[in-house]
Design a protein around this ligand. Sequence first.
Ligand code: SF4
Length: 483
Amino acid sequence: MQTAGGPGTIEVAVCPPRKERSTETGVDGMKGLRFYIETFGCQMNEQDSLRAGYQLARAGCLQVDSPAEADILVVNTCSIRRKAEEKAYSLLGRFRNLKGRRPDIVVAVGGCVAQQEGESLLERLPQVDVVFGPHHVSEIDRFVERRRAGGERFAVVSQKTDSVDDLECPGISDPKGLKAFVTIMEGCDNFCSYCVVPFVRGRERSRPYHSLLEEARRLTEQGVREVTLLGQNVNAYCAPDRQGFRFPDLLAALSALPGLRRLRFTTSHPKDLSRALIECFGSLGPLCEHIHLPLQSGSDRVLAAMNRGYTRTAYLEKISALRERVPDVAVTSDMIVGFPGEEIEDFEGTLEAMRIVRFDSLYSFKFSPRPSTRAASLEETVSEVEKLRRLHELQDLQKRISLEKNRALEGKFLEVFVEGGSRDGEQWMGRTRTNKIVNFTGPAGLEGRFLQVAIREGCQNSLRGAIAERSVNPEESPTRLSE
Ligand code: SF4
C-alpha cells in the first residue's frame, strides 16, 4: 500500500454543481457552518476526505483553509506507520487549544487511527467529539449534526462486510474538475505481517462494475480527463454484479468511455499482477504507462517473513514482462528497511533489486511495529540507528537512479496534461503519462490542455521543458513517448 506521507488539506469540488446542492440532505442545522479537513496518509484517505467534504457541502457547510476559521474540524488519520499516527495526535493537540477557546467547535476524527482506537480516543482526547471509522465517511454530516444538537460524544467504528454502500460516490473531482479518484474496492485479504490495513479497513470488498462505470461516465461528462482507480489491492477487483468480471475487464470497459484521456490505478499487489493485466498496457489507449508495484524487500527471506506471497525472482519476471510489452513503462515502488530479522545481506539484496529494476521513484520507510499485526510481536533486531543508516543508503541510491532516468528523457517530446500554473499564468506544471512532473513556461490559459513538451532538463524529482511546436489539442488521441 502506498502512503503519501505528510498531511494534506483537501479541497473538494462537488457534482452536482454548488448551486444545486445546498438543500439536498435535510440536515438543516448545518447551513453556513464552516469546515476544515486535514488528511494524513494515502490516496484512499484523500478520497475519503473528498467524500466527507462533499457530504458537509451538501448539508450547506462551507470549506475554509484554516482551522481557526472553522466550526467543524475533521482529521482524517493514517496508522500505516507510527510517524503518521504521531502527526495526527500532534495536530489534535493543537485543536485542543482551539476547542478551549470555542467549545462549540465539533472535532471529528476519522480514518485508520479512529478505526483502530475507537472509543479509547474519546477517553484520551477530551477535545474530540466524534470518532468515525472509514466505513462511515458518508455519514459525517449526520454525526456532526447529532453532536451539535446536544448529543453525547460518540464513536462509530463498525465495519461493513456485507455491502459496499458506504463506497458509493456521486463522482467527485479535484477542485479544477480535471482529475478524479474513483474507489473501486476497499480492504485487503493479504495480511502482510507488518500491515494494519486488513484490521482497520476490513476484508476486500469490490464495488459493482455498473456503478463504477456510471461514476466514471458522469465525471468525464463533466470534463474530467484523468481518472485514478483506487483500492488497497486494485488488481484483486472482482465485480459482485457480473461473474468473472475482473480488474482487466474493468480497465477495458472504462477505457472505452468518451472523453477519458488518462486512466491510472493504485495500488497493485505483485502476486496479483496477471498476464491479462500486463496485456492491458500498450493496448488500452487511456491506460497510462506507469505502475506502482510495491516490492517492500529484495530478500526472499524477508519477503516470506512479511507474508508477501512472491519471491524477488517472481517480481523481477513480472517487471520484465511489463517492459517487454511497454519498454518505457515507469515503475515506482515501496520499500521497508529494518524489518525484524533483516540482516545486512538481506538489505544488500534490496539494493541489488533496485539496481536491476531501476525504479523511477520510491517511497521508502523504516519498519515500525503496528498494533494487531504479526510483525508487532517479532523481536526488533535492527537498531533505530542502523535502520536510519540503511534508509539513507537506499534513498541515496534511488536519488541517483531517478536522476539518471530523468536525464535520459532529455531531448524527447512527451505529452503533458497541464494541471496548474503560477498566478501570473507563465509558469506551468503538468504530468506525463508516466506520472512525471514537468515544469515549463507558456502563455495563459493552458490549464486542462494536453501539450507536447520538449524535455530540456531531467532533474531528480521532475523535468523541465518547453512547449513543442507540434503541441496536440485536447481532441487528439493520446500519444506515447516519442523521439
Ligand atoms: S497487500 Fe499487504 S501491505 Fe498492502 S494493504 Fe494488503 S496487507 Fe497491507
